[in-house]
Design a protein around this ligand. Structure first.
Ligand code: GDP
Ligand code: MG
Length: 343
């Protein structure tokens, strides 16, 4: 057995931290370790916390940690920060914010750096979640910044996804990316101590309600109208897929207000998943997605190694306009497939 595996399974913090570092850096025999840990995973509740920078995700995560700890549950936090590839993974602010949990053996906090490899972030995140699951974390909170692709990836990984918004950040409903709205199982309007929170809640509820109406009136065949309708359409699609009416919870994360209501909304969503076949469907989808991401990355790695200098030559041919990218790529693929032993 891999030297770290037994220790991770026994819930040893240092061994777990070491393995997570190896996974993040893609060094050491992490693949072997992951293979041995995998049968021991699947027990943790995985929650995604996403939203624009500054919305209060870390503050809220910290409050959720405290809340779960009160129930005596073992908690892990994975902070994913793709916006700072040079940070080496230390999100200093988050570390300081979470300091009050630093001495609690029931809390494990880890920042993930993405080093820019293909599918790197989602691969490392999924692998790290598996390790923390095997380690014995009962709840795993994954904080991701809702820019780019990551919120979509986290929604595929998490059992429930919380989208955090804040008034006055340009975070009103129209400004938030449709992709973010689409992945929400629960909306949080944080910074409810500020002006505009109620308006944001109203906008969200209207959007969700509109989606509901569209679902029942079949009005989605209406032509392209204002942005609101687009958003409603997103909500409508989410609703049609899950029959889950996304709740909107108001919080003041800095004071812990609204956290019990958020816990309740999350518990309801969990029940919803368990009580319908949505939960199983979601897990199956997640397994397929996990495989797809890893398969794609491995295929590209192998092909790249195999093709070596041919890749550069193909790029030169495209640059010189001798070949179009499709022809060049097809030739590369043929060459890879014909290689004596696709390595
Ligand atoms: N007024 C107010 N400020 C908050 C609240 N929650 C968080 N903040 C502050 O907003 C800033 C950004 O919070 P942070 O949790 O780092 O946001 P993140 O980037 O989404 O993780 C920090 O200065 C927090 O102290 C809140 O409910 N009300
Ligand atoms: Mg943060």
């Amino acid at each position: 057995m891999h030297p770290l595996v037994e220790k991770v399974l026994q819930g040893e913090v240092r061994a777990t931290a070491r393995l997570l570092r190896q996974i993040d850096d893609r060094v050491g025999s992490w693949r072997e370790a992951l293979a041995q840990l995998y049968p021991h995973t699947g027990r943790a509740e995985v929650l995604g916390i996403t939203g624009n920078p500054g919305a209060g995700k870390s503050t809220l995560t910290d409050q959720l940690v405290a809340s779960y700890r009160k129930d005596g549950r073992r908690v892990a936090v994975l902070a994913v920060d793709p916006t700072s590839p040079f940070s080496g993974g230390a999100i200093l602010g988050d570390r300081i914010r979470m300091q009050r949990h630093a001495l609690d053996p029931g809390v494990f906090i880890r920042s993930l750096a993405t080093r820019g490899q293909l599918g790197g972030l989602s691969r490392s995140t999924a692998d790290s979640v598996a390790v923390l699951d095997a380690f014995g974390a009962e709840v795993i909170l994954v904080e991701t910044v809702g820019v780019g692709q990551d919120e979509l990836d986290i929604a595929k990984l998490a059992h429930s996804t919380v989208v955090v918004m804040a008034p006055g950040l340009g975070d009103d409903v129209q400004a938030v990316k449709a992709g973010l709205l689409e992945v929400a199982d629960v909306f949080v309007v944080n910074k409810a101590d500020r002006d505009g929170a109620d308006a944001t809640v109203r906008d969200l509820e209207m959007m969700i309600g509109l989606g509901h109406e569209l679902l029942h009136s079949g009005a989605h065949s209406l032509g392209h109208a204002a942005g609101t309708l687009d958003l409603a359409r997103e909500a409508h699609r989410t609703l049609a897929e899950s029959e889950w009416l996304v709740p909107v919870v108001k919080t003041v994360a800095s004071r812990g207000e609204g956290v019990p209501a958020l816990r309740e909304a999350l518990a309801k969503h969990r029940e919803h998943l368990a009580g319908t076949d949505r939960g199983a469907a979601r897990r199956a989808q997640s397994a397929r997605e996990n495989l797809r991401v890893v398969f794609q990355a491995l295929l590209l790695e192998r092909a790249t190694t195999c093709l070596g200098e041919h890749l550069e030559r193909a790029a030169e041919a495209i640059l010189a306009r001798r070949e179009d990218p499709y022809t060049a790529a097809t030739e590369l693929l043929e060459r890879f497939l014909a290689s004596p032993r696709a390595p």
